[in-house]
Design a protein around this ligand. Structure first.
Ligand code: PEP
Length: 248
């Protein structure tokens, strides 16, 4: 049985005290939840959040990492440092990092290796732009993002990777992909994984949807056969919205 997961990506939002308050509220309201719940916060909040989440169901993720373990990389944070904090996950390949930091699939493959080498689990994000969907290259594009990002991994390493399909045109825009579009792409993703690793690995891989997911559409999205939860941006910043999505 693959894991059902809801992960909140706070991006560059919340000061430390706001993050502590939000984290405490989520812990208080999700103690009975069976889904795995993850919060992904700015680097400087992570140590505090890991401490707060000890002994609870809530897991903590970084939003990025460097691909090297140490050295002269001013301003960067290594996966060794993240693992040392006791973190569970790291998000790799978010479309904002692909777009604003020119992160390529091959760099992301190196980041994934760096994370797995430190026993961190990975949420690997990918998805097409509106132009790519309009040009009808979205299925091939996603196949390439997966192939170049993770196909060098062993089947055993794949058990540590969660996929997040995030169409760029739906992130932060209020425009959600329809549940049919999402199911169609998630089935494609599972088929791509099957073609390399076989159906057992593919069936055990969690594939999350991300892009303007909110309380009003999460139940419909999460009820699709190949949707195993969501990666939530804007709506993860408001406790009532996030908890309602977690419980969808
Ligand atoms: C995201 O940034 O991963 C995301 C899904 O954002 P939003 O929910 O705000 O579209």
């Amino acid at each position: 049985m693959r894991k059902q997961i809801v992960a909140g990506n706070w991006k560059m939002n919340k000061n430390l005290q706001e993050g502590i308050d939000l984290c405490k509220s989520i812990i208080a309201l999700t103690s009975e939840v069976t889904r795995e719940v993850i919060i992904s916060a700015p680097y400087i909040h992570l140590a505090t959040l890991v401490d707060l989440c000890k002994g609870t169901n809530l897991k903590v993720a970084a939003q990025n990492c460097h691909h090297k373990q140490s050295g002269a990389y001013t301003g960067e944070v290594s996966t060794a440092m993240l693992a040392d904090l006791g973190l569970d996950y790291v998000i790799i390949g978010h479309s904002e990092r692909r777009a604003f930091n020119a992160e390529t699939n091959s760099l992301l493959a190196e980041k994934i290796d760096a994370a797995l080498s430190q026993n961190l689990k990975v949420i690997y994000c990918f998805g097409e732009t509106l132009e790519e969907r309009k040009s009808n290259v979205h299925f091939d594009l996603v196949r390439t993002q997966i192939t170049e990002g993770v196909f060098h991994l062993s089947a055993e390493q794949m058990t540590k990777v969660v996929f997040a399909y995030e169409p760029v045109w739906a992130i932060g825009t209020g425009e959600t992909a329809s549940s049919e579009q999402v199911q169609e792409m998630h089935a494609h993703i599972r088929q791509v994984i099957t073609s390399k690793y076989g159906s057992e690995v593919a069936q055990n891989t969690s594939i999350l949807y991300g892009g303007s997911c909110k309380p009003s559409n999460s139940t419909d999205l999460f009820s699709q056969t190949d949707v195993d939860g969501g990666l939530i941006g804007g709506a993860s910043l408001k406790v009532t919205d996030f908890v309602s999505i977690i419980k969808a």
